[in-house]
Design a protein around this ligand. Structure first.
Ligand code: AMP
Ligand code: ZN
Length: 114
C-alpha cells in the first residue's frame, strides 16, 4: 500500500535497521525502543491488522512465528525470554496500520501484561 509506513520500510523507501529478512517477512529495530531488544516483525504483504487475517492469508503467521524464533536466538534472548506483542486497533494503541509484532526483551519485563 503506497501510503503505509511499514510497506515503505519493507520497500526500502523509508530507512530502517534490518535484523532479519526472508521472502515473506522483514524484521527491523523499533525507532523508539522500550528495552535493549525491541524489534518489529512485519509481513512483506500489506495486512492492516490482526483483524484482517483470513483463511487466505493466515499462512504468513507460520513464517512470522518461525522468524521470531530465529530473531530471538540471533539477538540472544531465546533463553532469557522476551515478550511478543501485537496491538490490534485503537484501544490497544495500534499506531501503524500494517500487521506487526513487537519482540521485546534484553531486560526483566513487568510481570503485568497491562
Ligand atoms: P504500534 O503502537 O503497535 O502500532 O507500534 C508501532 C511501532 O512502530 C512503535 O513502537 C514505533 O516506535 C514504531 N515505529 C514508528 N515509526 C518507525 C520507523 N520509522 N522505524 C521503526 N519503527 C517505527
Ligand atoms: Zn503496509
Amino acid at each position: 500500500m503506497s501510503d503505509c509506513l511499514f510497506c515503505k520500510i519493507v520497500n526500502r523507501e523509508v530507512p530502517s535497521t534490518p535484523v532479519y529478512e526472508t521472502d515473506k517477512v522483514y524484521a527491523f529495530l523499533d525507532i523508539e525502543p522500550e528495552a535493549p531488544v525491541h524489534v518489529l516483525i512485519v509481513p512483506k504483504q500489506h495486512i492492516a491488522s490482526h483483524n484482517e487475517l483470513t483463511a487466505e492469508n493466515v499462512d504468513i503467521m507460520k513464517d512470522i512465528h518461525l522468524a521470531v524464533n530465529e530473531i530471538a536466538k540471533k539477538l540472544g534472548v531465546a533463553e532469557s525470554g522476551y515478550r511478543l506483542i501485537n496491538n490490534c486497533g485503537p484501544n490497544a494503541g495500534q499506531t501503524v496500520l500494517h500487521l506487526h509484532y513487537h519482540i521485546i526483551g534484553g531486560r526483566e519485563l513487568s510481570t503485568k501484561i497491562l
